[in-house]
Design a protein around this ligand. Structure first.
Ligand SMILES: Cc1cc2nc3c(=O)[nH]c(=O)nc-3n(C[C@H](O)[C@H](O)[C@H](O)COP(=O)(O)OP(=O)(O)OC[C@H]3O[C@@H](n4cnc5c(N)ncnc54)[C@H](O)[C@@H]3O)c2cc1C
Length: 413
């Protein structure tokens, strides 16, 4: 016997952090939502690395709106200062720059939260919403575009219809390919190593970014343990060096960290699992097309510089939610087509400037570190010198790093 066709307003493909936050935002509206992920539920919330994510104030406002902010506080660390140190050892070296949250009117810029905690807390909210159907351990096999909806077939032959597909299925997004959205990718000769370590001297609530000639080496303090401090590290190196470091014994890595941080962390005592992330910068031809909206890494992959990736994904989710809400408010009842071409254009318009600006900024910063050309080093040094000298420049850069360019959606304010 054929299985019945399941009808939804929105299908979200991918239950990573951004797919989950998108589902929880949209669940507050009168919409019937499905969220699909090939991983079974107990695997979705597991992460195989000790990555931590600095979630900035506007993203934290989304968690407050969802009523789950307090659940993150117990395991996170506030970041009140960002200290940039030129450790390139080149002829032209830039001055040190310190950004403080107080300069932009915040107590702290961001909370540094373990990735596993983010996924577990978001996932645990799903059963509280009767209008979310979870389809885990299954995935989309085929999508057919019809005038008023998409027909979606899953691997186990279940058939769904949906007015809108939200592609939150990460860097190799199937939703993106099936919506015929193309990508352009710049691959860097670097890998970012992400891991946590324990140490004896606390960093306070200050994140320190050492600019080394193979890329940034960023210390992000984590919540203190009773017996020691712990910090997450994002360490960009040449691909070959990164592969070698992964094979080093812990003691050798500890000595390198102590050396590269000029002793500010004291003695390094324990190193967590080291995950390697090849650095790429991927952008899309459009962020919405053929009843499909892209969010998170399905829409953009940035090098892990300046804690931009997931925060940008939160912006995608909040803006998609706000635009969908507007369409529902303007067209009550069956008149609302949340997957219309007009909706696609609107979402694209709202995202393209922000996403490409952040992609370009992280690219520029990364290549300015890699370049041996004196004029490039001079320009980078001059930029940092101007930031060091001018409070106005520092605060405007901080505001741009924290908030979406253009109108901030209500859930992020
Ligand atoms: C070392 C490191 C440090 C970082 N630090 C920060 C930081 O401090 N701040 C910050 O903002 N960002 C940071 N980032 C970036 C951040 O980690 C990413 O932007 C974010 O995790 C992307 O989330 P996502 O949900 O879009 O994608 P993913 O986490 O990749 O989730 C995608 C989901 O889609 C599912 N999926 C895959 N294929 C399919 C399919 N065919 N159908 C359905 N589902 C599918 C997967 O199972 C997964 O659950 C960092 C990145 C790195 C590498």
């Amino acid at each position: 016997m054929n299985k019945p066709i399941l009808n939804f307003d929105i299908v979200i493909s991918g239950a990573g952090s951004i797919g989950l936050v998108t589902a929880l935002l949209l669940a507050k509206r009168d919409l019937n939502i499905a969220i699909i992920d090939p991983k079974p539920e107990n695997i979705i919330t597991k992460v195989d690395d000790t990555r931590n994510i600095a979630l900035m104030q506007p993203s934290l406002n989304v968690l407050k709106y969802l009523g789950i902010f307090d659940e993150f506080l117990s395991l996170s660390r506030p970041l009140r200062k960002l200290h940039i140190v030129d450790a390139t050892n080149r002829l032209l070296r830039a001055p040190e720059v310190v950004f403080t949250a107080q300069e932009v009117g915040y107590d702290y810029f961001a909370l540094n939260i373990p990735m596993g905690k983010i996924l577990q807390t978001l996932c645990a909210q799903l059963p509280n919403h009767k209008n979310i159907t979870t389809i885990f351990g299954n995935e989309i096999k085929h999508i057919e575009q019809r005038p008023k909806a998409l027909e979606i077939e899953l691997k186990d032959n279940t058939k769904l219809t949906s007015k809108l597909l939200i592609g939150a299925d990460g860097r190799n997004s199937f939703a993106r390919t099936s919506a015929k959205i193309t990508t352009s990718t710049k691959t860097y000769p670097q890998t970012a190593l992400g891991f946590a370590f324990k140490h004896t001297r606390d960093l306070g609530d200050t994140s320190v970014e050492f600019h080394r000639k193979n890329g940034p080496f960023t210390l992000i303090p984590m919540q203190n343990l009773s017996d020691s401090s712990q910090t997450s590290l994002v360490w960009s190196e040449s691909n070959q060096m990164a592969a070698e470091i992964k094979q080093y014994p812990q003691e050798k890595i500890a000595v390198l960290i102590e050396k590269y941080t000029n002793g500010i962390v004291g003695e390094v005592t324990e190193i967590g699992f080291i995950a390697g992330f090849p650095l790429t910068n991927t952008n899309c031809s459009t962020y919405a097309q053929n009843r499909t909206i892209l969010v998170g890494e399905a829409a953009h992959i940035l090098p892990p510089i300046g804690a931009q990736g997931m925060n940008l994904g939160f912006q995608d989710a909040a803006i998609a939610d706000e635009l969908i809400g507007n369409v529902l408010n303007e067209n009550s009842g069956s008149g609302a087509d949340i997957g219309s071409d007009q909706m696609m254009q609107l979402y694209n318009q709202h995202r393209k400037t922000d996403i490409s600006a952040r992609g370009k900024a992280t690219d520029l910063l990364n290549i300015s570190l890699l370049s041996n050309l004196l004029p490039v080093q001079f320009a980078r040094g001059l930029g940092l010198f101007m930031l060091q000298s001018s409070k106005f420049l520092r605060t405007s850069i901080m505001k741009k790093a924290l908030h979406p360019l253009g109108k901030t959606p209500a859930t992020m304010r």
